[in-house]
Design a protein around this ligand. Sequence first.
Ligand SMILES: C[S@@+](CC[C@H](N)C(=O)[O-])C[C@H]1O[C@@H](n2cnc3c(N)ncnc32)[C@H](O)[C@@H]1O
Length: 262
Amino acid sequence: MSFRKASEHGRRNTLFSFFLFCLIIGQGFPALAKARSCRQIFADRDMHQVHLKNSYNVGRGLKDYITNFGEAFETRLLGLSSHGRWLDAGAGEALALRQYMALRKTDAAQVVAVAVKKPEHVPNEGYSYFEGRYVEEIPARELGRFEIITDVYGPLFYSSRADLVLAKYLEILKPEGSIFISGYYGAKSRDNLRIVSPRGETLDLIEWLKSIDGLIVQDVPERKGAYFISVRPETVPSVPKLELIEQTFSGVIPQRVFRVSD
Ligand SMILES: C[S@@+](CC[C@H](N)C(=O)[O-])C[C@H]1O[C@@H](n2cnc3c(N)ncnc32)[C@H](O)[C@@H]1O
């Protein structure tokens, strides 16, 4: 076979494999199957980008947030007017917020990002990005109040003061607002976060949250490790103080044990 023929043959093979790849992707992801062309599929996948940086993921996009939190989140987010406010605590690259703003353009709600460390080169035009401070340390008057607070593998997971993080979220949550959290939380599955109750029981974060009067903690149906929290009308939940009694760092996620100290 001549070189030209061989390279033509190779090109046809590549094209065929590319077509097959697109077909498989389209079949495997029904939402993507609706996309008009392969180019569109890749544009969508790019929007969905997930980077691994500094050994933890700071680049989850809007699709990841919607996939994580399901319909309850999507409905609330789409229902926000331009006066509404969404805080992403532990925002990393704030990709979900930026994609939401790009999608809603002029009628987007106000969005605010907070992260101890803002990754370099992350644009922060059109929204506020609080960097360099722990969310639990930022005064509520600086942050304002929110209808939606998200914490996706964020401060609740990483802070050694999970009680202060929760208390801050409740302080800045509007009365009808919801806090959406996602991480390896429930069922003690990963033992990342354990809380020893005054009666000596060991609870995981979700069990502890459910034990706080006035909080309504709901599982996101069929999403493991994702929950949404709201406050019972007319109640002001008080978050018990936690004392850190043990911590180990093996891998990306800290393992911590707290004791209820009051
Ligand atoms: C694993 S990344 C997740 C980023 C983003 N939510 C995502 O899913 O792509 C954790 C983020 O939480 C931030 N973070 C951790 N503890 C925090 C705290 N106590 N206050 C503010 N940000 C915190 C880190 O700076 C980082 O941006």
